[in-house]
Design a protein around this ligand. Structure first.
Ligand SMILES: Cc1cc2nc3c(=O)[nH]c(=O)nc-3n(C[C@H](O)[C@H](O)[C@H](O)COP(=O)(O)OP(=O)(O)OC[C@H]3O[C@@H](n4cnc5c(N)ncnc54)[C@H](O)[C@@H]3O)c2cc1C
Length: 308
């Protein structure tokens, strides 16, 4: 009996050391394996793979701005990590009434947690709520976000994942749509709630003191709409992130950019085009279209541009 226990302990120790040295020797294939098999992400993990639905419990939603909230969910066990690699997202699904199906249909939407990758027991996701009549072009508002906004503590939501075009393995190594890249500079351009995937990468790279240069242009309507500003300002103070905000309607004393993102801003604040530079952007469609045209015009290769 004692011998059996001892051999189990040694077995576990051996596995731990081998995982550690495997990660050091070959971070790309190590993390790839963890991505395709979330069950060995960092045991134990919550996510069971894309389309394997599970429920998590709504705890609360804290106001971040006039239309965005930080949603906090419990994974149901204080030891569980989510199991969502950096760069990936999770999907929510719910049976909700829509115009086409007033009786209800299954709606799925993607969200990007900004809690740290090794957080246990709970996760946080900043979510912008698209309210009815808030925008004359969309009188009905958003289907999923208006539902999420009605959640009460203790309510369950169905989620699955992870999933993503980009998986970051650490130290500038990443997989984008199945190809490996080693990147030295990442320029981010985010609009509104499009900051979430950018934040996830920035947070990880700065927390781990990695040798990757980071720049961010972050566009919003007003100063109050800037999400995660305290953290972003703190990261900019470390000197590891070049940060430029721009606002549609700034106050007179506003010291950063004014108006939409321009070609001049891209040229001034993003890393120059090169094979080890990635420009990652996430915002409303018109902004994304403008970015592709201007970035290609500035000499960035389409291989080095990634729309989230
Ligand atoms: C990979 C990925 C990750 C994402 N991560 C996040 C995240 O972390 N946080 C987050 O908030 N979102 C995130 N999104 C967006 C999210 O998936 C949904 O598209 C968004 O929440 C809208 O869903 P909805 O069902 O409420 O709106 P829908 O019913 O799908 O409405 C469609 C669209 O209409 C427009 N619209 C509707 N009402 C309004 C309004 N009042 N004002 C302006 N426009 C309006 C918006 O463009 C909206 O997206 C992510 C998307 C992707 C693809």
């Amino acid at each position: 009996m004692a011998w059996r226990k001892l051999s189990t302990i040694f077995g576990a120790l051996r596995e731990l050391t081998s995982r550690f040295s495997q990660e050091k020797k070959d971070p790309v294939s190590f993390w790839k394996h963890r991505r395709t098999n979330p069950s060995i992400f960092q045991e134990p993990v919550f996510l069971a793979g894309f389309m394997n639905w599970q429920s998590m419990t709504f705890i609360e939603a804290k106001e971040l701005s006039s239309d965005s909230k930080m949603f906090i969910f419990s994974l149901g066990d204080p030891n569980l990590q989510l199991g969502c690699p950096i760069g990936n997202s999770i999907a929510f699904r719910a049976n909700l009434p829509t115009k086409a199906h007033p009786e209800g249909e299954i709606i799925m939407r993607a969200y990007t947690p900004t809690s740290k990758i090794d957080q246990r027991g709970t996760i946080e996701i900043p979510i912008k709520i698209y309210n009815k009549n808030a925008n004359p072009n969309f009188p009905d508002g958003g289907i999923m976000t208006q539902y999420l906004d009605t959640l009460k503590p203790g309510d369950k939501v169905e989620v699955c994942g992870p999933k993503g075009k980009l998986t970051y393995f650490g130290d500038g190594n990443m997989d984008i749509k199945g190809k490996n890249y080693k990147i030295k500079n990442i320029g981010f351009v985010a609009g509104g709630s499009g900051i979430t995937p950018c934040f996830q990468l920035i947070q990880y790279i700065i927390d781990n003191n990695e040798d990757v240069n980071l720049s961010l242009i972050y566009a919003n309507r007003t100063e109050n709409d800037i999400l995660l500003r305290d953290k972003l300002d703190e990261y900019a103070q470390t000197g590891k992130l070049t940060l430029h905000y721009t606002l549609d309607t700034p106050s007179e004393t506003w010291k950063y950019g004014r108006g939409f993102v321009t070609r001049e801003m891209l040229e001034r604040y993003l890393p120059a085009p090169s094979s080890d530079t990635l420009i990652f952007f996430c915002g409303p469609d018109p902004m994304n279209k403008m970015l592709i045209t201007n970035l290609e015009g500035l000499g960035y290769s389409s291989n080095n541009l990634l729309k989230y």
